[in-house]
Design a protein around this ligand. Structure first.
Ligand SMILES: Cc1cc2nc3c(=O)[nH]c(=O)nc-3n(C[C@H](O)[C@H](O)[C@H](O)COP(=O)(O)OP(=O)(O)OC[C@H]3O[C@@H](n4cnc5c(N)ncnc54)[C@H](O)[C@@H]3O)c2cc1C
Length: 359
């Protein structure tokens, strides 16, 4: 297993519940310094109360999460307690650099802490390590500061500055609301944002997930959740709309040394361009296996990679949410158990992730 975020821990729980021994029959490798998955890196002003909804991991509820504390702390502490409670023995920091075809039908997992040979790989590496930055002409000439949401630590560093926020997702909206307290902001998005007034319902969630699922079954890259669900018109959002903070401009055409410019000749001067342009699946270490389809995505059947049924992607596409990641963990473990049961001459007990450590 690679990755110990929501998806990885959920799968590790189901493996252990099935009687597989952590550290012996399977191993969880994670390159972050501490428990918490990507949550440990979220900006401190993203308090637990401001997160959409962090679903409990299976078997242990997150009780008494203080809505005023940073999500990074609340979720980090919860994941640490979870790993401890179920003895999941996550190995960190271990950076998996490449997975390639190994000997005897096994996959060879290469890392900075050694090499593993495995008959099945549950990959749960999330997206945080792959911030996406689009290119616009003139970008390299900009004399101000450019950063991605992954590098944002709070509004304090932007006091008195002119900030262009790029992107139409939830992060862009949350950061605009924070930054407007201290800075002069301009919001640009490719498409006009759609704010949803209706409360989130199970049905709506299901149909959004089904839509993303259809794409990854066709081998297309997963689209963002916001493009399917729209943005939630929370009380804070409505207030910001009323104050004019969320007045959106279409995408600019180019970047100048001192700001951004539109095709009609309009320009806005800026000290900072903040790219709230999302993330991509962190799958570079799987490149030697050539899992991608001509459409640019990995063709999936549930959590299983169609090109290589030994590999499952958890937290990818339709399972890229805390609730989806939980479900993916359960499904993938069931599937992997079936796969391994079908392997002839398998010595008991059946190792799942570590067959041999060499390095
Ligand atoms: C700003 C932001 C806010 C969000 N808020 C919510 C929310 O409120 N509710 C919700 O349901 N979802 C939310 N999401 C989506 C959220 O990311 C997922 O729901 C979930 O936390 C992802 O879990 P994961 O296990 O797939 O990935 P992650 O939490 O990213 O875990 C992946 C782990 O894999 C490790 N890893 C990656 N590459 C390697 C490698 N090569 N070798 C070893 N280890 C590696 C990383 O260190 C990390 O620990 C949010 C996303 C963002 C960006």
């Amino acid at each position: 297993m690679v990755g110990a975020g929501q998806a990885g821990l959920s799968a590790a729980y189901f493996l252990a519940r099935d009687g597989l021994r952590p550290g012996t029959d399977f191993v969880v490798l994670d390159h972050s310094p501490a428990p918490g998955g990507a949550w440990q890196f979220r900006w401190p002003s993203l308090t637990y109360g401001k997160a959409h909804r962090v679903h409990d991991l299976p078997g242990l509820p997150l009780e008494d999460g203080d809505p005023g504390r940073p999500s990074a702390e609340v979720v980090g502490a919860y994941f640490a307690r979870y790993e401890e409670t179920f003895g999941l023995r996550v190995r960190r920091p271990v950076d998996v650099t490449a997975v390639r075809e190994g000997e005897g039908g096994r996959l060879r997992v290469e890392s900075d802490a050694g090499v593993w040979a495995t008959r099945a790989l549950l990959n749960a590496t999330g997206t945080w390590d792959r911030p996406f930055l689009p290119y616009y002409p003139g970008q390299e000439t900009f004399q101000g500061r450019q950063l991605h949401t992954a590098g944002y630590r709070g509004a304090a560093g932007f006091a008195g500055q002119r900030v262009v926020v790029v992107g139409g997702g939830t992060s862009a909206v949350q950061l605009l609301i924070e930054l407007a307290e201290v800075a002069r902001t301009t919001w640009v998005t490719r498409r006009p944002p759609v704010f949803q007034d209706r409360p989130f319902s199970e049905d709506w969630g299901r149909s959004a997930v089904a839509q993303v699922d259809r794409r990854v079954r066709e081998g297309l890259p997963p689209q963002s959740v916001v493009s399917v669900t729209g943005l939630a018109a929370t009380e804070a959002v409505r207030e910001a709309q009323a104050r004019g903070i969320l007045r959106r401009q279409p995408m600019f055409e180019r970047i100048t040394p001192h700001g951004v410019a539109w095709a009609d000749g309009r320009e806005v001067e800026a000290d900072v361009i903040l790219w709230a342009t999302g993330f991509r699946a962190a799958l570079d270490h799987l490149a030697p296996l050539r899992l991608r389809e001509p459409g640019g995505g990995v063709r999936m059947d549930g959590t299983r990679v169609v090109r290589d049924p030994r590999i499952h992607l958890l937290g990818y596409g339709p399972s890229a949410s805390t609730i989806g990641a939980n479900r993916a963990g359960r499904t993938a473990v069931r599937d992997v158990r079936r796969l391994l049961a079908g392997v002839r001459d398998a010595p008991p007990p059946e190792p799942v992730a570590v067959a041999a450590q060499a390095g």
